[in-house]
Design a protein around this ligand. Structure first.
Ligand code: ZN
Ligand code: ZN
Length: 389
């Protein structure tokens, strides 16, 4: 059966049918890296595998296309002019459907037909109509290119100060050989989907029906695939350019580079490139949004009597005042000493958390002084714990 010859995109990406979109994306990235032609020069098998991975991801990576693929077992980009049916049959309300393949023996009584059968049927039709509405404008007017996400690892200081980075991104460009149509010149060949019959069989619940083949529009013949792009209509080409990373990016920030996404089709503008940053941690400074947190140890006497201590900031060292009677865990705020904000021309703050370090006392003289201290300060720090009832 022609349907059975369709490629199993899930198998190609090595994922189960129910997986979440992230898992599909992950599987695609891993396989695309492994089989990338740049890493396997002259390896025809890797090249073919890479093409298949691209094709599978084109469909499964797109929520709408994946839904159609899940429903019908295939997805075709090059829908014939006029969509799935003729004008006459569209007026009749059933564009492109051929009921000759129905097994009416399964339909049961009139009453039963109104329920399960009708519902399954309407569902199938609505899918086809929805698909026609979605896809038809794409084939006519210019189409805006899709966006690309590129992940980038950045050092702590580069993220705070901003930087310029040279990156290489694989961008889709319309195939010059076929002008983006995906078809090669020359005489048409037998349609690979329907084997030349012009019809395909589909299952909807317990129903089987014959549909006009979406690949060839029922003609049973199709244009040969463009050899340069494998029928996709586009090629993925690496492009190298410099991007400016603004000061203040953090892990998960998205930096937009306009017009550096995938190329548009039919004169449509290109999509955008989004650089998603992942920023290295710093051993001392901890970032939380635009604020920076730093732990500063102080001695018991500094905390009790107050002191001026030097602390590092991202601008260099600065002196802060520890007020007398400062407790361990207390936070002091240094306004405007945080990271630059991506949203406004301001900076966050730095919070200094005081950590009181208790001395390890060995000599008798110091112990005597501390006992004297206890006699002079008989206050019970645990008095609040006694109020449990
Ligand atoms: Zn081509
Ligand atoms: Zn066909």
């Amino acid at each position: 059966m022609p349907v059975g010859t369709q490629k199993d995109y899930y198998k190609i990406l090595g994922v189960a049918r129910q997986v979440k979109p992230e898992q599909i994306r992950k599987a695609y990235r891993r396989l695309a890296r492994k089989h990338h032609p740049d890493l396997n020069p002259g390896n025809k098998a890797a090249e073919e595998k890479f093409k298949q991975i691209q094709e599978a991801y084109e469909v499964l990576g797109d929520e709408k296309k994946r839904k159609i693929y899940d429903q019908y077992g295939f997805y075709a980009d090059n829908i014939p002019p006029g969509g799935y049916g003729t004008a006459a049959s569209a007026e009749a309300g059933a564009p492109g459907f051929d009921f000759s393949g129905f097994d009416f023996s399964d339909l049961g009584t009139e009453a039963e037909r109104g329920g399960g059968f009708g519902a399954a049927f309407r569902d199938l039709f609505s899918q086809f109509f929805a698909r026609r509405r979605e896809e038809e404008p794409e084939r006519q007017g210019p189409t805006h290119g899709s966006d690309i996400e590129h992940h980038m690892h950045l050092g702590f200081w580069d993220a705070i100060r901003g930087t310029q980075v040279r990156i290489t991104v694989g961008r889709q460009e319309a195939c010059a050989t076929c002008s983006g149509t995906g078809a090669a010149g020359g005489a048409p060949v037998t349609c690979a989907v329907c084997g030349g019959s012009g019809k395909t069989t589909r299952q909807a619940g317990a129903m089987r029906f014959a549909l006009t083949c979406p690949q060839c529009g029922g003609s049973g013949r199709q244009r040969r695939r463009c050899a340069a792009c494998g029928g996709a209509g586009y090629l993925r080409r690496p492009e190298t350019f410099d991007v400016r990373i603004p000061p203040g990016v953090d892990t998960g920030s998205r930096v937009r580079v306009p017009g550096k996404g995938n190329a548009g089709v039919g004169g449509g503008s290109a999509g955008d490139l989004f650089i998603v940053t992942e920023v290295e941690a710093h051993p001392l400074f901890e970032r939380k949004g635009d604020h920076i947190y730093l732990k500063v140890p102080v001695t018991v006497t500094e905390a009790a009597l107050g002191a001026r201590v030097e602390v590092p900031t991202i601008d260099g060292p600065t002196t802060i005042k520890i007020p007398p009677g400062t407790q361990s865990g207390q936070k002091l705020r240094l306004r405007g000493k945080g990271t630059p904000s991506l949203r406004a021309n301001v900076r966050g703050d730095q919070f200094v958390e005081v950590q009181v370090v208790v001395p390890r006392v060995a000599d008798e003289r110091t112990k005597e002084i501390l006992r004297e201290l206890a006699r002079l300060n008989p206050e019970d720090p645990r008095k609040d714990l006694k109020k449990t009832s």
